[in-house]
Ligand binder design. Structure first.
Ligand code: ADP
Length: 261
C-alpha cells in the first residue's frame, strides 16, 4: 500500500473526467441516491458520457434503482470494468456483495481502500461527468472521497424539510466550506405530497427551509421535489424515475432541479 501511488492513479483517472459532482446529505434516507441516479441518467440521456459511482457503503441502493441487482464485475489485470447501461457507466459497493441482503461490516481502513480502488482502478475512460453518491453525513468516508478527488466541481446537498431544521444540513455546508468544496446547490426532497389522483402538492411539513438555508449560506437553491409514490415504485422496479415517468409533473420538477448541470 502506497498512498502516493494510489493518489497518482486516482489523479490520472480523474484527469479524464471533465466534471466531478458529489451528492451529499446530512442523514440517510433523504433521497440522495434518488437524486444521484436521476441526475446521472438525465445527463446520459442527453448524450453525455457519464459515470455513476455509488460509495454509500452502508446502503448502496444504486444497483437496485437501476435494476442491476448483484451484477458480477469483470476484473482485468489491475483494473475493473464498470457496468454499462447505455451511456452510463456504473460502479457500486453493492456489486461487491454476493448477497444483496448482506450488510457491509467493514472496518475503516478497508472502506478507505475500496473507495480508493473505485476512484483509481475502475476503467471509467473519458467522461463528461462523474456523479458520486457519497455516504451520508460528514464522517470519514465522505471526507476521504472529497479529499481524494482533486478539483471537484462541487457538491449537491440533498435534504428534506425536517432535516433542514436540524444541525445536519448546516454540518454538510460547513463540511464543504472547510474542504473548499463548492456547493453547487441544495435540493429539498420529500417536500409536500403530490396527490396521485390530481397531482396537486399538499404541504405536510413546513417547507421552504431549504430555500432559506441556501440564501443564508449564499449557495444556489436547486428546487423542491414532492413525495411521490411513483418515485418509490420506479426505484423498486429498477427504472430511473426520470425515464419511466418522464411525462409527470414530478419528473418535470426533477428536470428543473438538474437543469443547471
Ligand atoms: P438516500 O440515498 O438519501 O439514503 P434514497 O434515494 O435511497 O435515499 O431514498 C430513500 C427511499 O425513499 C427510496 O426508497 C426512494 O425511492 C424513496 N424516495 C426518495 N425520494 C422520494 C420522493 N420524493 N417521493 C417518494 N419516495 C422517495
Amino acid at each position: 500500500v502506497n498512498p502516493e501511488e494510489d493518489q497518482k492513479k486516482i489523479n490520472a483517472r480523474m484527469a479524464q473526467v471533465k466534471h466531478k459532482i458529489c451528492v451529499l446529505s446530512g442523514k440517510g434516507g433523504v433521497g440522495k441516491s434518488t437524486v444521484a441516479v436521476n441526475l446521472a441518467t438525465a445527463l446520459a440521456d442527453a448524450g453525455k458520457q457519464v459515470g455513476l459511482l455509488d460509495i454509500d457503503i452502508h446502503g448502496p441502493s444504486v444497483p437496485t434503482m437501476l435494476g442491476l441487482g448483484t451484477t458480477p464485475l469483470v476484473s482485468n489485470a489491475d483494473s475493473v470494468d464498470p457496468i454499462h447501461v447505455g451511456n452510463l457507466k456504473v460502479m457500486s459497493v453493492g456489486f461487491l456483495s454476493q448477497n444483496e441482503d448482506e450488510a457491509f461490516i467493514w472496518r475503516g481502513p478497508m472502506k478507505m481502500g475500496v473507495i480508493k480502488q473505485f476512484l483509481g482502478d475502475v476503467e471509467w475512460g473519458e467522461l463528461d461527468y462523474l456523479i458520486v453518491d457519497c455516504p451520508p453525513g460528514t464522517g470519514d468516508e465522505p471526507l476521504s472521497i472529497c479529499q481524494l478527488i482533486e478539483e471537484p466541481d462541487g457538491a449537491v446537498i440533498v435534504t428534506t424539510p425536517q432535516q433542514v431544521a436540524t444541525v445536519d444540513v448546516r454540518k454538510s455546508l460547513t463540511f464543504c466550506n472547510k474542504l473548499s468544496m463548492p456547493v453547487l446547490g441544495i435540493v429539498e426532497n420529500m417536500s409536500g405530497f403530490a396527490c396521485p389522483k390530481c397531482g396537486e402538492v399538499v404541504e405536510i411539513f413546513n417547507t421552504g427551509g431549504g430555500e432559506k438555508m441556501a440564501a443564508d449560506f449564499r449557495v444556489p437553491f436547486l428546487g423542491k421535489l414532492p413525495i411521490d409514490p411513483a418515485i418509490g415504485k420506479a426505484c423498486d422496479a429498477g427504472l430511473p424515475f426520470i425515464q419511466s415517468h418522464a411525462a409527470t409533473e414530478t419528473a418535470h420538477m426533477l428536470r428543473e432541479i438538474i437543469r443547471p448541470f
